[in-house]
Design a protein around this ligand. Structure first.
Ligand code: GLN
Ligand code: MG
Ligand code: MG
Length: 448
């Protein structure tokens, strides 16, 4: 056992942990877990835990279904809401890499592997990638059967305080839960829409951050449920009010700890690399959207008027752009904010797509367009054309089409994930396309 692995074993003993949840994610971003008695910890580290990969979305066919989980000891965390009453015992989780048992190599369909590949490419170019997401979510009441409704439990608005912000206690408990699991919380506030919230946590290297997004969603849902509320990361649960985004802040650091995105002499405080990285994301945005905005519902959020981007442009001021350059107080904080991702994405794949597109921008020395400082929602087509501003796909079908012709984003995902992802998303979109919605019935049933 390595020193870190031994530390985990000691902590399991000290804290009287009974069960270990070994976690990984499928290609759709759902956190899966296998629970093993904590007595298996040593074996999990030395031999791994075998499971049947054929029942996981986007993994493998029955014939080749044996997979092995290799726990990453750095990700050990006690699950605060699983603690047994009256003592310290309970459950802990470990995030795992997935190993293909027939080759003994990392499984190419493991989203965590896909992100590690992106980070390796960055490292080869001399960079470490930092990322910080801002996941937004709604808290809804449950009905008598414990099923989620879309009834909010408060009517607060942006940065409102109690008593309007009834969710304050829930949010506080969520924050305690996150802190217990090692999160450093920067801020939390009521978001713009009623029932909508945001909790920000400290940036970290992109892999840790992607791990954190999965943990974050799990903790928020678990603690909301303790308050008889349903937390949802669905991008647009209610029409005509703001949806939920997952703005993602990214910066590259050099090996000696300098922020490669900072240039004090630049008007925007952005280095040439930062601009090329931005250009790369803008160039590949339609295909990236298939990954960062991967549901039918994602595209109901990406419409004008609700602080979500629609047009492919960047800005140092306004929030209607796809990428924003936030004000930075210190050089280390220079970064770009991708505003199109939403919290229904698989964070590993989403970060991998953004990073590869950005690195491609650097490698190709791409030219970054000028920032757009006006409200792009108010531009007409002629004005957009004049500024050379494209649009994001308007539905999942178009996004998948864009992915099908974008080799950079396909390479980011790798062959296996690209194939499974396109297959799953095409099916999802086709199912939606042939469905007849309530809106259509309301509009046409009696009229025709
Ligand atoms: N909810 C908005 C979105 O969909 C963002 C609002 C904000 O953070 N100011 O991206
Ligand atoms: Mg927000
Ligand atoms: Mg933001």
């Amino acid at each position: 056992l390595s020193a870190v692995e031994q530390d985990v074993i000691d902590e399991i003993d000290e804290k009287g942990i009974d069960f270990l949840r070994l976690q990984f994610t499928d290609i759709l971003g759902t956190v899966k877990n296998v629970s093993v008695p904590a007595t298996q910890a040593e074996k999990a580290f030395t031999e791994g835990i075998y499971f049947d990969g054929s029942s996981i979305d986007g993994f493998v066919r029955i014939q080749e279904s044996d997979m092995r989980l290799k726990p990453d000891p750095e990700t050990f965390a006690v699950l605060p809401w699983r603690t047994r009453e009256g003592d310290e015992g309970g459950a802990a989780r470990l995030i795992c890499d997935v190993i293909n048992t027939s080759t003994g190599e990392p499984f190419e369909g493991d989203p965590r592997r896909v992100l590690k590949d992106a980070l390796e490419r960055a490292a080869d170019m001399g960079y470490e990638v930092n990322a910080a997401p801002e996941p937004e979510f709604f808290l809804f009441e449950e009905d008598e059967d414990g099923r989620a409704t879309t009834k909010t439990n408060d009517a607060g608005g942006y940065f409102d305080l109690a008593p309007k912000d009834l969710a304050q206690d829930v949010r506080r408990d969520i924050i305690y839960g996150l802190e217990d699991m090692g999160f450093e919380i920067e801020a939390s506030h009521h978001e713009v829409a009623e029932g909508q919230h945001e909790i920000n946590f400290e940036y970290d290297d992109a892999l840790t951050t992607a791990d954190n997004v999965g943990t974050f969603r799990t903790v928020v849902r678990a603690i909301a449920a303790q308050h008889d509320l349903h937390a949802t990361f669905m991008p647009k649960p209610i029409p005509k009010i703001n949806g939920s985004g997952m703005h993602t802040h990214i910066s590259l650091f050099t090996e000696d700890g300098e922020n490669a995105f900072h240039d004090g002499d630049d008007e925007f405080d952005l280095s040439e690399e930062a601009k090329q990285f931005t250009a790369g994301i803008l160039e590949h945005a339609p295909a990236i959207a298939a990954v960062t905005n991967p549901t039918v519902n994602s595209y109901k959020r990406l419409v004008p008027g609700y602080e979500a981007p629609v047009y492919v442009a960047w800005s140092d001021r306004n929030r209607s752009a796809l990428i924003r350059k936030p004000a930075a107080r210190v050089p280390a904080a220079s970064r770009i904010e991708a505003r199109f991702p939403d919290p229904s994405c698989n964070p590993y794949l989403a970060f991998a797509a953004l990073i590869h597109a950005g690195l491609d921008g650097i490698e190709e020395g791409m030219e970054c367009p000028d920032p757009v400082r006006e409200n792009i929602y108010e531009f007409d087509e002629a004005k957009r054309e004049e500024h050379g501003i494209g649009t994001l796909p308007s539905n999942l079908g178009e996004a998948v089409d864009a992915l099908e012709t974008d080799e950079v984003v396909q390479d980011a995902l790798g062959e296996h994930v690209t194939e499974k992802f396109i297959q799953a998303k095409t099916e999802e979109y086709d199912e939606f396309r042939i469905d007849v919605s309530q809106w259509e019935l309301d509009r046409y049933l009696e009229k025709f």
